[in-house]
Design a binder for this molecule. Structure first.
Ligand code: ZN
Length: 547
């Protein structure tokens, strides 16, 4: 059974400011040289491939100061001499060495060009060490603006966390700050203030106590990890855990929360194994068994940090208690546990190369919320949920942003992207095939960084439908296809308007008392009918308008 609502009046008119007639939406074009250095694969990045990082940082909340170093190991793809490292002021690189020898660095804003001295032979594995320190940018509204959150818990203990999607990891540590090249593995050694613990990504492999009583926690990540996924979380943590019987065997699930929240967390985090069960069903095995799964309490809302998903949703269902879908289904689960953990498949397993393609992270993860609802409450409930999120679609800018300048597309990548995928599922019209496509994506692009072209081509190939215009319409344009129709002399006349060139998506309608497919395109078509009533299946994210 499908959920239905009356679409008789469910259409809107859009004004098309700033958008070329018939063409695709015109994107913003003023970007700086710094945007290009940050957002493109510069020659000083392309010649080397990251293999390993060992990041070591001491955190001093009293002075809001950090200091440390990053050992950056890389393989030489093409011989070259200049290597770009990113680190954002006010943090300062104090020294860069290779084989113990200090190297010259040419600083250009956030980008730092290291002059290497020893020959860089193709195929060789080399490393440099970047020493740095300073007061990192403070996050004002984490996780959106990013940086360090220097907070206190209710008992007056320091409660510290990093977040940096968009802005980039170079806001707090020196790295190759472009998404195309994920490091293969990483160790993170964090020295926390006395009495407090650090929780970062992967597994805790070593704890050492310094002479002054502070402890250094070393966390090891065995899988490729994207820059913004790396995180520091410091607090007065307590720990509990469980083993989830997953598709690839026993999966360690570890939870770190502030001491006072242990009881609440033990109840609320029951959503974590529920999430794991539903998402392994839809998307395939959790992608990071070697690193385990963690939920870590933080002083901000939450973020998809790989294998250490951060949580600040106040131990209640919904999104800070609200149902984003307005249907009631959004209060059946903890939004942050479900959404941020959904990113383990779409963001951490399959990762965009360029943030312009962020829909690959957010559209699929928005969509995962309704698949979670469907898994536990049925297909109708899931559909109601995703359709309910349409109220937040703005159609202000395209979902895809501008390439090579670190530019995100519209926030519509969440609800509109989710509804685009829900619409695509209707076209596939085979739930098991659709599930295998979602699982196939995670298998085919396992631990990879990708472009939208790869994902679009995969979906066209696996669905057997040429989706070129479908994606142009929903990802690169702001218009919503509108089914115009009228009844004349026992005939239904219908066509698509507000479409990109070549858009001809079939759509299901209730007509003459039955649910049937019609095949509109830009030209008027007609169909003999007995009754003069048409309802577009609400599972399709389109508008309709009777003339
Ligand atoms: Zn997200």
């Amino acid at each position: 059974m499908k959920f239905r609502f009356i679409t008789g009046a469910a259409f809107l008119f859009l004004s098309f400011n700033g958008f070329a007639q018939d063409g695709l939406f015109k994107q913003e074009t003023h970007f700086t040289h710094q945007d290009t250095l940050r957002g493109s694969i510069t020659p000083e990045r392309s010649w080397w491939d990251l293999t390993y990082y060992h990041l070591k940082v001491e955190v001093d909340p009293e002075n809001k100061f950090i200091s440390g170093k990053n050992d950056i190991q890389y393989q030489v793809l093409e011989p070259s001499k200049i290597l770009q490292i990113d680190l954002q002021p006010p943090l300062k690189i104090t020294k860069v060495t290779q084989d113990g020898k200090e190297l010259e660095v040419n600083h250009q804003g956030n980008a730092h060009f290291v002059s290497l001295e020893k020959p860089q032979t193709k195929g060789a594995t080399n490393s440099i060490t970047v020493f740095y320190e300073g007061q990192p940018k403070e996050a004002v509204r984490a996780p959106w603006d990013g940086g360090f959150s220097w907070k206190k818990d209710d008992n007056g203990n320091d409660f510290i966390a990093t977040s940096c999607q968009g802005l980039g990891a170079s806001v707090w540590w020196p790295c190759k700050d472009h998404m195309y090249d994920e490091v293969d593995s990483m160790d993170i050694s964090i020295t926390a203030p006395k009495g407090l613990m650090d929780v970062s990504n992967g597994r805790l492999t070593n704890t050492t106590t310094l002479e002054d009583g502070r402890k250094t926690y070393t966390w090891s990540v065995k899988n490729p990890i994207n820059n913004y996924g790396v995180n520091i979380n410091i607090g007065d943590y307590v720990h509990f855990s469980e083993v989830f019987p997953g598709e690839k065997g026993p999966l360690d699930m570890n939870y770190y929360v502030l001491k006072d929240n242990l009881d609440k967390a033990k109840k609320q985090f029951k959503d974590a194994p529920r999430m794991m069960k539903a998402f392994e069903h839809w998307f395939g095995p959790y992608p990071f068994y070697e690193d385990g799964f963690k939920l870590v309490e933080v002083p901000y809302l939450g973020m998809e940090h790989q294998s250490s998903v951060t949580y600040g949703n106040k131990f209640e269902n919904g999104y800070l208690g609200r149902d984003l879908s307005g249907t009631g289904w959004g209060l059946k689960f903890d939004f942050i546990i479900i959404h941020e953990a959904g990113h383990e498949w779409f963001a951490n397993n399959i990762t965009y190369k360029d943030i312009a393609d962020m829909w690959i992270h957010e559209s699929f993860t928005n969509y995962s919320e309704n698949l979670f609802v469907e898994y536990y409450y049925g297909k109708q409930a899931g559909a109601e949920y995703v359709i309910g999120t349409r109220k937040d679609i703005k159609n202000d800018r395209p979902i895809i942003g501008v390439y090579d300048v670190n530019h995100e597309g519209s926030g519509d990548m969440y609800p509109k992207g989710g509804n685009m995928l829900h619409t695509l599922r209707q076209l596939v019209e085979d739930d098991e095939k659709w599930r295998q496509i979602l699982r196939g994506l995670n298998e085919t692009f396992y631990h990879q960084t990708v472009t939208t072209q790869q994902i679009e081509a995969y979906l066209s190939q696996e669905t057997g439908i040429d989706l070129t215009e479908f994606f142009n319409q929903y990802l690169r344009d702001i218009r919503i296809p509108t089914l115009e129709y009228k009844f004349e002399n026992n005939k239904l006349k219908y066509r698509w308007t507000n479409i990109v060139e070549g858009f001809d998506m079939p759509v299901q309608v209730d007509l003459d008392g039955k649910n049937q497919w019609i095949y509109p395109n830009v030209k008027w078509k007609s169909l003999k009918v007995k009754t003069e009533e048409l309802t577009v299946d609400p599972d399709f994210y389109v508008y309709s308008k009777q003339l």
